[in-house]
Design a protein around this ligand. Structure first.
Ligand code: Z5A
Ligand code: MG
Length: 234
């Protein structure tokens, strides 16, 4: 890896049962194998949001399993705080040249809360300044194909009317990310076989696999965050 490169931050988002966790794991292994084979690919770490292992994550887990009730704004802020807990870890990995993969990120946070009727801007606000992804892979799937992958689970949002609303907000977010230049947003047809979807993802990921040039910016922030410039400036 060239010394001027940092690790790429790649996010996998998508609809329910679109195969995010399946593809995140396959992508992780593919990047890891390249490294093992001596390629110039940096190390790779896979994160999952929500991270249910932290103290905040445990509160989120209880809420999702309907074991606790929380105000809509309170749970939104917990999901965001769960990302902020890992923000400095993400930045440190990227600065060291490690590729960071995230299974869901801020975009899920906005989509699920805005669907409840909270304003889009309010939902976006706590996410502003998080490490910005270089690439977001959005796994799109039709409700029919998702249904063929088995019934909804038992968690709070695993209901048809919730998923329909979430799909609408995700579409809005994808357009906004593209228009505002917040990294690249690539939509993937997730209705194909696991192997076909993995190949589609790889086409988008391969150019970033050996690292990327430039500073790590803050999501939806116009200026660079002081201290986050891996080129040495602040
Ligand atoms: N949430 C939120 O509200 N705010 C936030 O900020 C965040 C999340 C980050 C839990 O998330 C909930 O939290 C979620 C959003 C909300 N609520 N919902 N819905 P989670 O990430 O923990 O949810 P999950 O349990 O992992 O479900 P999922 O992400 O929707 O599933 P997936 O990861 O996309 O799919 P998968 O587990 O990889 O695959 C599903 C099944 O399909 C499985 O049997 C696979 O073997 C099969 N599969 C996968 N790919 C294929 C293909 N290509 N063909 C056929 N079958 C396939
Ligand atoms: Mg998943």
């Amino acid at each position: 890896m060239s010394s001027s490169k940092r690790g790429a931050f790649i996010v996998i988002e998508g609809l329910d049962r679109s195969g995010k966790s399946t593809q995140a794991s396959l992508l992780h292994d593919r990047l890891q194998d390249r490294q093992d084979a001596g390629a110039t690919t940096p190390k790779v770490v896979l994160l999952k949001f929500p991270d249910r292992t932290t103290a905040i994550g445990k509160m989120i887990d209880a809420y999702l399993r309907s074991e606790s009730e929380l105000d809509d704004r309170a749970i939104h802020l917990l999901f965001s705080a769960n990302r902020w807990e890992l923000a400095s870890t993400i930045v440190a990995h990227l600065a060291q040249g490690t590729t960071v993969l995230a299974d869901r990120y801020a975009f899920s946070g906005i989509a699920f809360s805005a669907r409840k009727g909270l304003s889009y801007e309010w939902c976006r606000a706590p996410e502003v300044g998080l490490p910005a992804p270089d690439l977001t892979l959005f796994l799109n799937i039709s409700p029919d194909v998702a249904a063929a992958r088995g019934g909804y689970g038992l968690e709070r949002y695993e209901k048809e009317e919730v998923q329909k609303g979430v799909r609408r907000v995700f579409n809005k977010i994808g357009r906004a990310v593209q228009e505002e230049g917040e990294g690249k947003w690539v939509e993937i047809d997730a209705g194909k076989t696991k192997e076909e979807v993995a190949e589609e993802l790889w086409k988008a990921v391969e150019p970033l696999a050996s690292g990327v040039q430039g500073s790590i910016s803050g999501l939806w922030e116009i200026s660079l965050i002081p201290g986050r410039d891996t080129q040495g400036g602040t």
